[in-house]
Every structure is written in C-alpha cells, then in structure tokens.
Design a protein around this ligand. Structure first.
Ligand code: 6R9
Length: 648
C-alpha cells in the first residue's frame, strides 16, 4: 500500500463543479435524504410521465424489492438523442476510430438520431416489440451504439455479447433470454486480424435452445464473403436505409428492463444481469458528469468494448445522455504500433481518457518513449476501471501519460452496480495511488468480517453496500431467487459485492480483489466454474479445479489443475489441446495460463475441493498451505507442490 497522497491540483480545484466541501455536503444529504436527493438528480432526464415515487427498497430477503422512480415513464433513447437536437444537433456524438488508422468518421447528434430512428423502425417492422430480447454481437463500430439505442427506443431489451466470445457462449446467452433477433457483422477487425462473427452466429444457432431467433441482421464491416441463409439472414444497411428517419419513442416505465448483460459468477453459468431504465440512466449520466467533471467541449474516450458494462454505461449511455462527444475505438492499444492510444488522443484531441490497469501495465512494459513521442496535451483527466491498479502503474500513468498534470479517477464498480460507486471526484478528493478513495453520492459501503459484523474505522474485510442506489441491478434474468441468493443472503440486509477491501484511517477504500470464485483476468470476469466445466467436457478429463494466480500483465491469470481419466497421459501436446479447447468453448479470454496435471485434488472428507490450498500452490506460497489435516488424502498436496508451475 502506497501512502503517497496526490492532493487535488489548486488550479483544478479553482474551476471544479464539486469541491471537497460540496462533496461532503452533498454526500451527507444523499445518505440522510436519498429520496430528496435522487428526486432532484433525476430531473436531469426528460420524463414522459413524471414520477411521484422515488425509492422503494428493501434488502430483506423475505420482503425484497428494489424500485426507483417506479411510477415514472421515459424513453432512454430520447434522453440520449432527441433532447439534444435543439442545442447540440450539429455536435459530434460519436467519433469513430477504426482499427485501420485511415478509417475514422464523426457522427453528429442529428445524424445519430436519424440512424437510430431508422433502425428502430426496422426492428418494429421485423416484429420486435416492447420487452422482446435482441442479441447484439458486434465489433466496436457505431452500429453497436445504434443497435442498442434502437432497442431502447422501442422498449426492446438488448443483450450485448462481447465479440470475443465463442459460438457456444453466444448460444448459451441467446438461449437463456430467448432472443428473437441477432444483430451481428460479417467479420470483426481488431489489430489487423479478422474475427468471424457471422460464422460464429451461424454455429451458435445450430445449438439447442436457440430456435427463438427469427432474424439475423448483418452489418457489412469487412466485405468478406459470408453465407446468408434466407429468409433468416438480412443485410442491415439495405433495410435500415429504407426506413423513415423519424420514430416516435415508446413510453417505457422506469422499472422496465433496458438491457441484460451476462457476467460470470462464482457458480454455474454466467448470469443475466438485468438493468432497468429510469434509475440506470439517472445514475450513469450523473456519475459520468461528476466523476469526469464533464464539460461541453470535452472529447471523451473510454477504451472499453460495448460487450462489457463499462462500454454500456460509459461509452454509450452516460456520455450520450449528457450530450457529450464519445469516442468508439475498434482496435487495440498496440496496433499498428505501441503508440496507438496516444496517436488517437492527438488525432481527435481527446480531453478525458478512461482505460483499464491491464492496458496501462502492458504499455508501461514498452517504456516511456512510445508515449513521449506523442503530444497528449489535450488530455486533462485520466481514469481507470476494471481491477485494482498497482501503485507503480498508477504513478506511471500519472507521470508519463498525464505528464504529471492530470488527475486520475480510479473508479470501483461492477456489472451489477450499473455505474461507479467508489471513486474520486477530480476537483474534490485527493488521490492515493491504488485506492478508489471515497463513496459516490448515495452509496453506503461497509466492511464486514467473515461473521458479518460491521467493522469501524481502519479495517479490512468483505465489502458490502448497506443501501440501494438507482443504478443497481434489479434481478438475474429469469432467476430472481438466484439474484437474492447470490447477493443478499450472505450478509442479511446488505448487498454483498464479492470483493474484499481495506479502509484506512482517512476513510479511503482499497479494493483487494474478489473473495469469491471469480477471477479477474485483464479486467474481465471469469468464473472458475465455467472454466472447470469447459475442461471436464473434454473426453480425456476426469476432473478439474481452476483458481486465480498472480500475473504481471493481466492482474490475475488462470491456473488449472487437471486430473485425466485413467489410462490418459499428461503430455505437452494434450496440455496445448486443452488450452485450445477452453479457448474454443468459452473464448480466448478464458484460456488457462497454467495447466498442471493433478493425479488427485485436495478434498475434504465430504468431497469438497479445498481451493484455498490450490490458490496457495498457484501463488507459489507453499509455506502458507495452512491446515491440511482435514483432507481426505493429505498426500495429494505434496505431489501438487512438487509439480507446481510457478516458482519465482
Ligand atoms: C466495471 C467492471 C467487477 C469487478 C469488481 C472488482 C473489479 C472493477 C475496480 C475493481 C479495484 C477498481 N474492479 N473496478 N477493483 N479497483 N477500480 O469492471 O465490472 O466486469 O463486473 O467487474 O472488477 O473486483 O468486483 P465487472
């Protein structure tokens, strides 16, 4: 833990919207009177039917509800588009920077509005209505935002699936929410490499449970020849062009769903995190304005893919609800060369830059020169999200990327939380490298010990939230019991984040990482159970246990212990085959970094795998194995320790 403090810059503080004193006053108000506070903040949106109810929440499992602004109605797309037309019609809404540096364009609010209206009319003509689910499996191109907003315009529920997921992962998500339509592209393009998106969709739709899909709309991205199945598959551009550029926005109840986004948990299949309309948009637009201290002429760039929650909240919905200029980048940080991020910053005069620690660490490894050779003078604020940032990476980001003159906001949040919950406000809160600092307005974090006792003052334990905020997820799609069981039973009356945290004497929070069976690989959540079930699906595998291990670039890596069926041999060839297998089953982000053959796994007498021991072996902390006497066969540990793959 670094104890260095980076105070708010005096010049910054002099022109900020929220000073430290204002933060304290607003925070106090927000927790003392959440109804008054959030009813005022929600006025930043246009409501078709104004709400009279504000907060209706109970975290008690026997009387559970989370409802915000429940009798109000609005349209999310109208809030992101129509209301900006009078004052910002010619302002750039989206700057698109393609994978190829020669490929970029700007889309004004007026153009985006027209395109979204056409797409919404198309969806309606294809029989999509309020509440219907639409899967979006697209690269980082403007059509992804258009598709999301078109769904929102007609009250359809989108489910964006990251383009890096396999056909099986896509199929599972389509089947779980019974999507009627899929929007995809012929191919994706990242770092000069092609991703066969349409072919993946074709394969996914051969899987059981996917017959709900009636239509596949295909965006032409690379122009590669692809198979089109009639009448199922239709070209997006031709159909969109035929539609009227006006489309009356549907009045949507505040608590009607806006989207489902699948995320990994500690058990079972990925769960469909469901967010609703009024509270979500209020929360993401307000946090986006405060956390990034947004100004009218900012050019804001969040590098996240729309396949993740950060792309939903802080590439599309937050920025567009605020009438900001948001940059969508199709490519990767190191292509065509390692200066790409900073070339894009200079090219589009980006003022706010928001990325993940894993990207910072990868760039840091290449040294300062690739950064220094660019100007970056336009940047005034930096942000990070996705995983704890190590203080060295924070300092490098500050000193090299920001030339020591830009504040950094380290924003802690989750798919489930909708928007940032623990985060500095750049003109109000002094930074400490590695700390997400203090709670946002209305957010009540607490730290509990393993018995659930709330700790006071400086302490360490599990992070819970004792009250709701408008951006909170409302349910797991199709499985409300799982929602309650996962988040509200461990610590009664509170939302359990799954994260550990420390609070220091200044009240600052330091997130220490997941305390459940979720691995955070390069800021992406992977459930150990998912990787295990992919491994045991292989005909030669008898059993598998997967844990996280330290990884210099990714934050955490995936460490798999595999027991083969009798008669099988743990060859180098089979090891490679299993890694490829997982890649194919789930997607490249889930490929194990280490795969160790395990003649046996450490189990309790009741047959439960002792992951604590496997984690320690994977961390090379073999002196901290703790008590192994309760194991059914303590001998297996010795073999695993001897054969461990990390020894440095
Ligand atoms: C937004 C997003 C959520 C998990 C979360 C935590 C980790 C995210 C962090 C952070 C430390 C930060 N996490 N931001 N840890 N500092 N600033 O990443 O959502 O993909 O659902 O991941 O990521 O462990 O629980 P999601």
């Amino acid at each position: 833990m670094s104890n260095k403090i980076y105070p708010v810059d005096a010049a910054y503080a002099a022109q900020t919207r929220i000073t430290r004193a204002q933060y304290e006053a607003l925070y106090a108000e927000s927790v003392a009177d959440p109804e008054g506070f959030w009813s005022r903040i929600a006025q930043r949106l246009d409501w078709i039917r104004p709400f009279t109810q504000v907060k209706d929440v109970s975290f008690a499992v026997e009387d559970f509800r989370i409802r915000w602004f429940a009798d109000g109605a609005l349209n999310v797309s109208a809030n992101c588009l129509d209301r900006h037309l009078a004052s910002r019609g010619d302002k750039t809404a989206i700057v698109f920077e393609g994978d190829d540096p020669a490929d970029s364009r700007r889309i004004t609010y007026r153009e985006l509005h027209a395109e979204v209206c056409r797409a919404a009319n198309l969806l309606r003509n294809l029989g999509i209505g309020k509440g219907d689910r639409v899967a979006i499996y697209l690269p980082m191109i403007p059509e992804a935002a258009v598709a999301m907003l078109a769904c929102a315009r007609i009250g359809a529920v989108h489910s964006v699936v990251f383009g890096g997921f396999s056909p099986d992962s896509l199929a599972g998500r389509i089947a779980d929410s019974q999507c009627k339509l899929v929007i995809t592209a012929d191919e994706g393009l990242r770092g000069g490499k092609k991703v066969p998106l349409k072919a993946n969709v074709d394969e996914a739709l051969t899987r059981p449970g996917t017959t709900s899909v009636e239509t596949v709309l295909v965006v032409r991205r690379t122009g590669a020849p692809i198979a089109m199945q009639t009448p199922r598959d239709r070209w997006w551009a031709a159909l969109v062009a035929e539609q009227a550029a006006e489309c009356a926005p549907e009045a949507v109840n505040a608590e009607d769903p806006l989207f489902i986004l699948y995320t990994s948990g500690s058990t079972g299949k990925p769960k469909g995190v469901l967010h609703t309309s009024g509270g979500y948009l209020t929360y993401v637009s307000y946090t986006h304005e405060c956390v990034f201290d947004l100004r009218e002429d900012d050019v804001y760039w969040c590098t996240a893919d729309v396949g993740w929650v950060t792309g939903h909240s802080y590439v599309v919905y937050g920025p567009l609800a605020n009438g900001a200029t948001t940059l969508m980048f199709e490519g990767v940080p190191n292509w065509p060369d390692i200066s790409r991020f900073w070339q894009v910053v200079d090219k589009h005069q980006v003022t706010i830059f928001y990325t993940a620690p894993t990207a910072i660490r990868a760039l840091m490894r290449e040294g300062e020169e690739p950064v220094r050779r660019t100007s970056r003078q336009s940047i005034r604020l930096l942000g990070t999200v996705g995983e704890p940032i190590n203080p060295e990476a924070w300092e490098w980001y500050h000193r090299v990327v920001g030339d020591g003159r830009c504040p950094i906001v380290d924003t802690w949040w989750q798919t489930e939380t909708g928007g940032a919950l623990i985060t500095p406000l750049p003109g109000a809160i002094d930074a400490k490298p590695g700390s997400a600092t203090l709670p946002f307005f209305g957010v009540k974090p607490a730290i509990v010990d393993t018995n659930g006792a709330v700790q006071e003052g400086a302490c360490e334990g599990n992070l819970i939230l004792t009250d709701s905020w408008p951006g909170q997820m409302r349910t797991v799609y199709g499985d409300h019991e799982r929602f309650i069981d996962t988040y509200f039973r461990t610590y009664p009356g509170a939302y359990f984040t799954g994260d550990g945290a420390r609070r220091d004497a200044d009240g600052y929070y330091w997130i220490t990482g997941r305390v459940d069976d979720v691995i955070n690989v390069s800021g992406h959540r992977i459930g150990t159970a998912e990787v295990e079930s992919a491994l045991v699906a292989h005909p030669k595998v008898a059993e598998a246990a997967v844990v996280g291990c330290p990884h210099d670039l990714k934050g955490q890596g995936i460490y798999a212990y595999v027991t083969l069926k009798a008669g099988e041999n743990g060859s180098e060839e089979l090891r490679k085959e299993l890694v490829q297998w997982v890649r194919k089953e789930i997607g490249p982000i889930a490929s194990p970094d280490y795969l160790q053959w395990a003649p046996g796994l450490p189990k309790t007498r009741s047959g439960k795998i002792m992951r604590r021991i496997l984690r320690k072996i994977a961390e090379n902390a073999t002196d901290q194995l703790g008590d192994t006497s309760t194991l059914a066969d303590p001998g297996v540990v010795q073999n695993l320790v001897e054969q461990r793959l990390i020894r440095a």
